[in-house]
Design a protein around this ligand. Structure first.
Ligand SMILES: [Zn+2]
Length: 188
């Protein structure tokens, strides 16, 4: 039975979100964590927060991270699609949150950056174009019409520590931006 969805009457846009990388592709590895491990946990916590608030789909069941091609194809079927990653850099002092997307998604990207940077107390690097990232993610942005969120730098010990200490607040902050985006639709 479908659970009662709190904002169902207000939801104007469909929502998809996914964990970057996959069960076979760990992404960056630093400070004892892999990117895939961090973002899969984040995606599942976000699903727990948003369930019973808005309708959404995601790239796999709890604990399952389907390949990027599957995520990109599903993303393209939704009005708003967001994929979570962690940033990584050779300089361990590189810090902050940023998003990568087409320009018409900068308002949502900037809202996500503000929410995450305030919650974690890390730099706001802002919403950027799709070629600004460290890996090739054109499929999710170009084909999937999605937004990549680089939550924080996995290679920065302070970023990681703050994330671990504030993970539930970060989930709620991101969830609230997405609820606003799909219920109002102004930023889409
Ligand atoms: Zn990544």
């Amino acid at each position: 039975m479908q659970a009662l969805v709190k904002y169902a009457a207000l939801q104007r846009l469909s929502l998809f979100f996914s964990a970057g990388h996959s069960d076979k592709d760990p992404g960056a590895a630093a400070n004892g964590f892999t990117e895939a491990q961090v973002v899969l946990d984040f995606r599942d916590r976000l699903a727990d927060y948003l369930r019973e608030k808005v309708y959404f789909t995601k790239d796999g069941e709890r604990g399952q991270n389907l390949p990027l091609t599957v995520a990109s194809n599903r993303a393209a079927e939704h009005d708003i699609a967001v994929e979570f990653h962690c940033n990584a850099f050779t300089n361990p002092t590189a810090t902050g949150v940023e998003t990568l997307s087409a320009a018409h998604h900068y308002p949502i990207g900037n809202a996500l950056c503000v929410a995450i940077s305030k919650t974690l107390g890390i730099a706001n690097r802002g919403a950027k174009g799709e070629t600004s990232g460290q890996h090739s993610r054109l499929a999710f942005i170009s084909r999937g019409k999605g937004i990549i969120v680089e939550l924080f730098f996995l290679t920065n010990q302070n970023d990681l520590k703050s994330y671990i200490e504030n993970i539930d607040a970060c989930v709620e902050a991101v969830g609230d931006v997405l609820i606003e985006a799909v219920c109002v639709g102004k930023a889409a």
